[in-house]
Each structure stands twice: as structure tokens, then as C-alpha cells.
Design a protein around this ligand. Structure first.
Ligand code: ADP
Ligand code: MG
Length: 236
């Protein structure tokens, strides 16, 4: 089955690889509505590493879910690599996400039946890019996150921190144009946290990735080019 090419509008998005404009997200039902995001504007250029901090419940995970096309905003537009995700049908959005976005979930979200290495290879396979170079890159990334020795273990035989590191390597395997990272160091010790954030920064530079990392770990903010704060869904 072939799908029509998504509509692109480079004039509207400028140089940003990721651009959120007037994004508001209401969650919940009619009885109890939460404004998770409130009129958020954010543009991230290729090669730029943006950190977003803020207290628990301030909308950090919601921001990434909307930026990654996992959640449609109530209002506003979300441009990723020139295409407004909010205009796409579900299957087009999924295809666009696989092509352009690397996503690190707060809780790694690994497949229970696959080994650490297979998690990375599956991502490449689904994108039609499982070649020798990608396999080499997958092994290099497992090494970089300190998971080479455990590459053939499944998630139930890995610690929380190890699963988190596999999730990070998986998001990087296709060198995406946009990288969205949710609390990458929450299960890691200090030394490991530093290594991971340095890796994210290095990948951002090398591949000209537009990276957004949300975190409440203030010790890693120095790796970012820009630090923004979310408070009650408002970004400043
Ligand atoms: P953070 O990641 O900063 O902790 P979230 O983006 O997860 O914040 O949540 C933002 C707000 O939206 C919180 O008040 C949270 O309780 C609320 N929220 C998150 N998911 C839902 C949902 N599915 N239904 C209703 N409210 C939600
Ligand atoms: Mg969160």
C-alpha cells in the first residue's frame, strides 16, 4: 500500500526542524479538564540541543508527546521536518514519525520478547534501513551507552537503568532529524547520567539533530544550548 507524500511547507517552518506554534493541549473529560500545555511556541534548529525543565505535572511529557505526533494538540500546529503533523492522518503521522523522529520514552517501552540489540535492529528494519552500516551503528551505540556486554539480554533481565540506556540507543540508531528525550537520566547514577547526556549532545552536533530533552535533573542542564522552563503548561 502506498500513501500520498505528506504536504510540506518550508516557507511556514523556516529553518527549524521542529516548530510548535500556539500549542494548547486539554486532557481529561468534561467534568475534570486539565490544560497540560498552554499556548506553547517552540522552534528548534538542526544541531540545537534544547533542555526543558519544570516540576512534576508541568507538562513536560505532554510537550514531547505532541512534538512527536503521539498526541494531537487541541489547538496549534506542530511542524516536523517541514510537515504539520496535525494535518496528517494517523497512518501518515506514524510513517512521518518513523522517518524523522527518535523518541526516548520516560519508561523505556521496550519489546519484552526482543534482546537489547534486537530493539535497535527492529527500529531500523521497520524503517527499511537494516543494512550493514546500521548494524555497525547499532553496535557502536550499544557500546556508547555501556550495553555491549548485555546486548543479547531481554528487558526482563535488565535493570531499569539498563533498559533506559537501550531506549536511548534505540532512539539514536537512525540518526533522526528530531530527537525527543523524556527524563533520560531518571534511573541512572551520576557518572552514567553524565555519559548519556554527553552522548546526546555529541549526536546532536554530529548529525545536526534538533534535540529536545525534558528533565528535572538540574545537573545535566549544562549540556544544552538553551534551557526553557515549563510551569503549568506554559513555556518560558
Ligand atoms: P510532567 O511530564 O511534567 O510530569 P505531564 O505532561 O505528564 O507532566 O502532565 C501534565 C498534566 O497533565 C498533569 O497535571 C497531569 O496530571 C495531566 N495529565 C497527564 N496525562 C493525562 C491524562 N491522560 N488525562 C488527564 N490528565 C492528564
Ligand atoms: Mg513526565
Amino acid at each position: 500500500m502506498t500513501h500520498p507524500a505528506p504536504i510540506t511547507d518550508n516557507a511556514a517552518t523556516g529553518a527549524a526542524a521542529l516548530r510548535l506554534t500556539g500549542v494548547t493541549l486539554h486532557l481529561g473529560n468534561d467534568q475534570q479538564q486539565v490544560t497540560a500545555l498552554d499556548s506553547v511556541d517552540l522552534a528548534v534548529a538542526p544541531g540545537e540541543f534544547v533542555a526543558v525543565t519544570g516540576p512534576s505535572g508541568s507538562g513536560k511529557s505532554s510537550l514531547l508527546a505532541v512534538a512527536g505526533g503521539l498526541q494531537n494538540p487541541t489547538h496549534g500546529t506542530v511542524h516536523v521536518a517541514g510537515t504539520d503533523l496535525t494535518t496528517l492522518k494517523e497512518h501518515q503521522r506514524t510513517a512521518h514519525r518513523r522517518r524523522h523522529i527518535g523518541y526516548v520514552f520516560q519508561h523505556a517501552n521496550l519489546f519484552a520478547s526482543l534482546t537489547a540489540r534486537e530493539q535497535l535492529l527492529l527500529t531500523a528494519h521497520v524503517a527499511g534501513r537494516l543494512d550493514t552500516d546500521t548494524r555497525r551503528r547499532a553496535d557502536g551505540l550499544l557500546e556508547a551507552v555501556g550495553m555491549s556486554a548485555r546486548a543479547h539480554h531481554r528487558p526482563d533481565h535488565l535493570s531499569g537503568g539498563e533498559r533506559q540506556r537501550v531506549g536511548i540507543a534505540r532512539a539514536l540508531v537512525l540518526a533522526p532529524e528530531v530527537l525527543l528525550v523524556d527524563e533520560p537520566t531518571s534511573a541512572l547514577d551520576r557518572t552514567r547520567a553524565r555519559d548519556i547526556v554527553d552522548l546526546l549532545a555529541q549526536q546532536t552536533r554530529t548529525h545536526r539533530t534538533a534535540t529536545v530533552m525534558v528533565t528535572h535533573d538540574h545537573e545535566i542542564l549544562d549540556a544544552a544550548d538553551r534551557v526553557l522552563t515549563l510551569r503549568d503548561g506554559r513555556l518560558s
